[in-house]
Design a binder for this molecule. Sequence first.
Ligand code: SF4
Ligand code: SF4
Length: 633
Amino acid sequence: MEFQFLEKLLLTLLLLTSGGLFLWNLRAKIGQITKGPTDRVRTDHPGKRLARTMREVLLQSRVIGQRPIVGALHAVVFLGFLLFAIETVEHFLEGFGTSLLNPLLGSALPGFRAAMSVVAALVAIAIIGLAFRRFVLVRTSPDPRSVTSGIVALFIFLLMLSYLNGISASPLAPHANWWLHAIIILVFPHLILRSKHFHILMAPVTLFFRTDRLGDYLPLDLAALAEADVEDVCLGLEKVSSLPWKMRMDFLTCVECRRCTDSCPAAQAGTGLDPRGFILAGREALRSGSPDDEVTETVIPDDPLGFCVTCGACENGCPVGVEHLQLIVGAKRAQALATGKGVVASDYFRAIETYGNPFGVPRADRRKLISDLGMPRFSGGAGEWLLWLGCVWGYNPELRPAVKAFQEVLDAAGTPWGVLEDEPCCGHHSRRQGEESQFQDLARRSLEVLQQKNVRRIVTPCPHCLHTLRREHSNLGNYSPQIVHYSELMQSLVAEGKLQFKTNGTRREAAYHDPCYLARYEAVTDAPRAVLAAAGTTVRELPHRGARTLCCGGGAAGFVRELESHQRLDRVRRAEIVGSGAELLVTACPECRMMLGAAVDQTKDLAEIVAESMQAGRAATPAAEPQLAAMGK
Ligand code: SF4
Ligand code: SF4
């Protein structure tokens, strides 16, 4: 196509103006981000970060994960967007009478264009599908009134249409068609800057800088803070000015898809906690608020914040790398300082302080449990496992059948094991309630006891203790024993032939509830299922399972908080379990067992299922590989 000199001049002016304006406005956006302080190193292991980013961006794994159909349509549009980059350059080069593709592809150009026409048709169909879902299927749409989404969809559709028209054998109004295509491309970046479509630019950056591990909280340097001026002390995210740059980047990158809120058990229970809402409130605070505004007033209001159980479902499903948990725990740290504000587990803190356990019962009760059950004391012998009971098994008498069952399993396998006479609380829930000082005290006490006894191998039934001992205590001291969940140890014992089951060929069926801190945080989903299979139990899978499990409501000290019945998070999970039709529910976490105890006719601990199957007189040898050595735990 031939272009006049004036057209070329106009095109040059438009390109310069559009590019200049874009850079100017982008500078302002970046300024909002860089005003925030640095919270941690985010450029370590650049190769690993890059690989993770490429994987998530190119495969669109999180986009497709939760919403397969919508995610697949989005993936088609996104990949088409990438593929069209070269055609976009070619389009403007054509306006200046030159070409990149002609010399580059030569005789292969018609074939390339034929392939691109298929891509364009697919993108056009996908964008119609996405628009249909957003504006027609309004009940499933995250934001049915989004005007910019409508304009962006229309632009993408027109771009594809004008491309197809432009490369056809006899295009309609070729000149006007060319200019329509060019103008849309020139306007598009400005729409991106002023809308949630900013994620097109920012998502790869946010994903690159994202913390590698879910809920990887930095310990506060309490010693340094004690010496600092009261004025300078920042114990949490108190003011908007204290929001780190990555958190600000998260606010601006959010694509408003509502995956986080849809998977939040507290939102589903009607508590008023809304993960998408607080991320967008953060965006608004950066745009129009003051740096002195309080985070718990302008971003996450006090009461809803108190309902968060730190289950991680919001962050785990976010397709653009937003880190909700860092914001939540940062705000909880600020909240924990201001007693009387919001739904803070102050009774929990007091019980831990006075009795060393969340139930506020004397330590003597735990000693009595140990002597009643005749549990061996940990002696530090070769190959000996320390059974870390955790507070629920240690202090809640209702869970005694599970403790006894696991004791029987260990004894039957001939595994050397013992317990501590005085096992401190690991501090898991204190940290998640923002009480960092209490957490660090408890963690140090735990470390001291473990080091004194020279413990090298720990097994625990509690995923919360597992996560804290494995991931967080090592930050405070140079000590790293092998720590496994009891399901992992049982899987290994089964594989080594140390547990004999007597099934008589009969199998039973049970629903299995994945605990958040086991399945989502520690990625342990196969071991409990392998143990159940070996013990003659067929798992009836629940709709939310594995890394997408739904919290029982016990997280962040939820298991000791008295809530109004309509606010109880366990209600949501119970309804799902009841809906599955299962008559038997199996849990692999003492807290889940407590929260879901009355969900169905029978709720049992994994250890109880194993112990029962051993006693039933059956001899089934399952095929499972030894796992512990391979896991390096
Ligand atoms: S925070 Fe993430 S999951 Fe939530 S609405 Fe924004 S992009 Fe979606
Ligand atoms: S961590 Fe769980 S409860 Fe808290 S906001 Fe996220 S999804 Fe909701």
